[in-house]
Design a protein around this ligand. Structure first.
Ligand code: SF4
Length: 300
């Protein structure tokens, strides 16, 4: 049996920073620290932090004292409300997301119509679109392009900026950009800033590569994690057997044949321990607990 673990698996820099700083803040105080929305889309990580003193709240009105803004970022209105209520924010928004907010504000000022390619109910997109102003539209997939075009025509603006949610699928983004250019034609000046995060890009590329080489692919991550679902979709296109699991408890070891070449890849909110537990359980079932050196394990 061969197990290939993606080297881009696990926490991305933004999530690592958010979790480490949340832990630091919790340790500094005896009081509960609020976090607006789940700090990361991973049940196990959240449960651990909640035991240490973090409390997840759903809206800023519930905030008392120190309140964490997670890596996804929040809307402009949240910052305004927090300021009014004198809530002390610990802003752990990923710098890459903050950069997109800045780009949006800059182009809004320059009177551009902004198209955000992203998932409309994802917290990061909800935050980003609030910085784009009224002359903007969010596109989830190519079916929404016509609606965006209709709104653009109503504004009489001729300059258009296209940006993306950091975890959007790269190939789909390129397709959407090409379609927008085709529909709008030469009368519009289209500027594109591919704001998909490099960590996401590399993870998606690596998932594609590994899933083409293996018999079974295990994608590890929260069921509510958008970037994990995209990894699952990519693997599905290339591999006949793909499992999406949150923890070792979800892995159906019976489905894994001892001759299988197995690939493991984890989403950006998944701690490395989850990947290790899965790898160890697969090896243990095959060896009955013998030494792992009998198996070939490579980090792709
Ligand atoms: S995926 Fe990229 S943009 Fe999003 S939190 Fe991680 S490092 Fe930041």
């Amino acid at each position: 049996m061969e197990i290939i673990i993606g080297k881009t698996s696990g926490f991305c820099a933004g999530v690592k920073n958010a979790v480490a700083n949340a832990e630091k803040e919790i340790q500094k105080t005896n009081q509960k620290i609020h976090c607006l929305g789940e700090l990361v889309h991973n049940k196990q990580v959240i449960q651990k932090l909640e035991k240490e003193g973090l409390e997840t709240i759903e809206n800023i009105e519930q905030a008392i004292g120190k309140t964490i803004i997670r890596a996804h970022g929040v809307s402009k209105q949240i910052y305004e409300k927090a300021k009014k209520r004198k809530i002390q924010l610990i802003d752990l928004t990923c710098p890459k997301v903050l950069k997109i907010h800045k780009i949006a504000e800059e182009y809004k000022k320059k009177n551009y119509f902004i198209i955000l390619v992203g998932v409309e109910n994802h917290p990061e997109s909800i935050g980003t679109i609030s910085f784009c102003g009224e002359n903007s539209f969010m596109i989830r997939d190519k079916d929404d392009i016509e609606q965006a075009y209709q709104k653009l025509k109503q504004t009489n603006l001729k300059n258009v900026l296209i940006i993306a949610q950091t975890t959007y699928n790269m190939k789909k983004f390129d397709e959407i950009v090409e379609l927008i250019k085709k529909i709008t034609g030469e009368q519009y000046n289209i500027e594109v800033k591919n704001t998909i995060c490099t960590a996401t890009k590399l993870r998606q590329e690596e998932t594609e590569k590994i899933s083409k080489e293996v018999d079974c692919m295990i994608i590890v991550g929260g069921k509510n994690s958008s970037n994990t679902k995209k990894l699952y979709d990519i693997a599905k296109l290339n591999c006949p057997k793909v499992e999406l699991v949150e923890t070792i408890n979800d892995v159906d070891l019976k489905k894994i044949d001892k001759n299988d070449k197995i690939g493991i890849m984890a989403g950006a909110s998944t701690p490395n321990e989850s990947v290790e537990q899965i790898k160890n359980a697969i090896m243990k079932q095959e060896t009955g607990g013998k030494n792992e050196t009998e198996y070939s394990i490579s980090r792709a």
